[in-house]
Each structure stands twice: as structure tokens, then as C-alpha cells.
Design a protein around this ligand. Sequence first.
Ligand code: GLU
Length: 310
Amino acid sequence: MFNNVTHCSEQTYTGRFAPSPTGPLHFGSLIAALASFLDARANHGQWLVRMEDIDRPRCVEGADERILECLVAHELRWDGEVRYQSEQLNDYEDVLQQLLAQKALYACECTRKQIKATGGVYQGTCRERDLPPMGNALRLKCDQPVTRFTDQLLGPITISDPHALEDTVLRRRDGLHSYNLVVVVDDIAQGVNHIVRGSDLLTTTAAHLTLYRQLGKTPPSYTHIPVAATSSGRKLSKQNHARSLDNQRALQNLQQALKFLGFSDIANHHNSISALLNAAIAAWQYNKIPKRHEIIVDGAESTYHDAPES
Ligand code: GLU
């Protein structure tokens, strides 16, 4: 009995860009920022920015400021205050308490090594053990996970990856709240009802939808756009040395990002950022965006070139 969750929204469009301040923005992150911005503006919606700084040890001092400066240089202006996850710990704990009261959570003491030794997919080993929450991970019982949803770009999606459907960790053993928890809590708190993000997050959407259902909240609509990759399966990222965006080349960066997203026709016809963005908002439509999980770009330059279909 799986739920096919589709979106229903009467409210104002609220979208967001949610970078992790682990370094400056690169071409891959510009694509997510630009696509979510254009989608929001084309729908006369709000566009929020959230700093996903929950994983403090991975965050880089000052990266948040650089990211915001970079957005400003590219004239991607957000609405309202920037929300920082590191300031919302009480919200996350409140939701965990609510889930504990619903008996939807349980403590788990299995280490990564143990899980690996039993095949790599967590089998719910600690579900009935009634372990204390302190010092253990907290997992969401996902015995009937949401596996199907309709992506606004990709169409009907069925998630079958067993990793994406296991009882997801909401608080780690070290006490850190997980991405799967905080992304849902924040999107609910900020009234986000439209999410446009990279397709590397497609499978994890199953855990998010399962959590929305458990919390009795209407999920947002999801649009998963292609990610820029340096080679097949290697997403452009700080880890694989994506070059940070040069703010002096903001117009060119945006032109390249628009080409990547399928809008080559307008990319080179405007010589100011505001004219380019206005034209892109007017031209924005999903049927131009490649329905692909990734598009190969030149990693060294972090620039887009027409790559053969992968
Ligand atoms: N913070 C995530 C990232 O930088 C994005 C999360 C999301 O869009 O849901 O990849």
C-alpha cells in the first residue's frame, strides 16, 4: 500500500535555494540557484535562501557571506531573511519529540561497519529493542515508505533503491540532526511548497515524503533538474574541485547556466544581467529543460559545453 503523493497547492508559490556553506558557489550550485529562482519568479512567487549549515564540522567560516555576495553579484535577489539551520535546533528537537510520542522513531546503536557487514542496507535491527535515545541514533520507522511521486519535470517516479527506503536516520549518534530531518522541518516552517533542486536528491525524496506523511503535512511539489557532472556519476562539487564562480563574470556565468538548462535561444541575446534574467523569467518553461539526471561539463573550467547525450 504505497502512497502516490501529488502536489496540491492553493497558496502563494514559495520556493527556495538551500546551499550548504561548505565553500563558495560553483557552476553546479548556480544552476540550482538559477532554476529555483526562475521557477519562483515565473510563478510570481517568493524565493527564499536557506543556509544548510547543520553539519557544522563541514561548514567553512565565511562561506555563507561569500555565497550571499555571489547571489547578489548574479542579481539573484531573495525575499525575506536568510534562515540558518544552526539557529533552528529547538524546532528540530520539537519535531523529534512529536515523532517519539507517535512511536514513529526508535533508537538504534548499529554502527556503519555493522550495517555494512549485513549487506549495507539497514534492516531495522533495533526496531523492537527499545534502546535509550541518548547516545544512539534516532531512526524513522519506514515500514511503508512513500515510493512514488510525480516529479514536475521527470514525470512519475518510483524509488526502488533500498538505501533510500530504509529507516532513515533523523538524529545521528553524535547528536547531529540529519539532512533528511532538517530539510523537511525547514521547508514546512518556511511554507515552501515548490522545490527545484538537483536530481542527485531524487531518491532521497522518498524519505522526505514519508516524513511529511508521518507529520500530517502536505508535501511540496518537486522538480529535479539535471546536475552538472565532470564525468558520468561525478557531480561537479567542491570535493571534485569545481572552480568557484567568478563574480566579475556573472553575466557569462548566467548565460552558461541558461544554456545548460536548455535556454540557448535567449542566453546570448542580452548584455545586462537584469535584461537576461527578465527574458529568462518570461521564457521559463519545463519542456525546454533536458529530462536528464546529469549533463557533462568541463570540470576544470566549470563551464558548460555541448556534450553528447549520456
Ligand atoms: N543543501 C543541499 C545541497 O547543497 C540542498 C538541499 C535541497 O535542495 O533539498 O546539496
